[in-house]
Design a protein around this ligand. Structure first.
Ligand code: GTP
Ligand code: MG
Length: 140
């Protein structure tokens, strides 16, 4: 199994409820290492670029407004099979469909306010990581 890196965001609904530590505990318990982390206020431009793939979707405007509504914590996670492993511990996009014990089942409020983002593949992870981190901020 390959050591991979994935990009993570603790979304505004999570930071607003002071859940950074609770989510990080689940990440670390799953064997993923947080090798970069910072709390930022995302700009509208950053959010629109980040979610550009969803531009045509009816919820795009709502999604961008949500992502800029409060601080987020952006992270780089490293570990064996990190992309898939993080998707597994995040749980399904819609928390009502997420498996027991997953971050979204435990903490997400709705399909929109669903607490975390995780990359869906290693190539998208690489693109997402460079959008928010410079090389010297990532310490593996
Ligand atoms: P991300 O890790 O955030 O990319 O989530 P995902 O990969 O599980 O889902 P997807 O990429 O399909 O959607 C991106 C994000 O758009 C979701 O995490 C939600 O925050 C938001 N989203 C998806 N579907 C809906 C919806 O029907 N309504 C609203 N308001 N937001 C949605
Ligand atoms: Mg996605």
């Amino acid at each position: 199994m390959a050591i991979e890196r994935t990009f993570s965001i603790l979304k505004p609904d999570a930071t607003a409820r002071n859940l950074t530590g609770a989510v990080n505990a689940l990440i670390e318990k799953a064997g993923l290492r947080i090798i970069a982390q910072k709390r930022i206020r995302m700009t509208r431009e950053q959010a629109e670029t980040f979610y550009a793939v969803h531009k045509a979707r009816p919820f795009f405007g709502e999604l961008v407004e949500f992502m800029i509504s409060a601080p987020v914590v952006v992270q780089v996670l490293e570990g064996e099979n990190a992309v898939l492993k993080y998707r597994e511990i995040m749980g399904a996009t819609d928390p009502s469909k997420a498996a027991d014990g997953t971050i979204r089942k435990l903490h997400a409020k709705s399909v929109g306010e669903n607490s975390v983002h995780g990359s869906d593949a290693t190539d998208t992870a690489a693109v997402e990581i460079v959008q928010f981190f410079s090389g010297n901020e990532i310490v593996g």
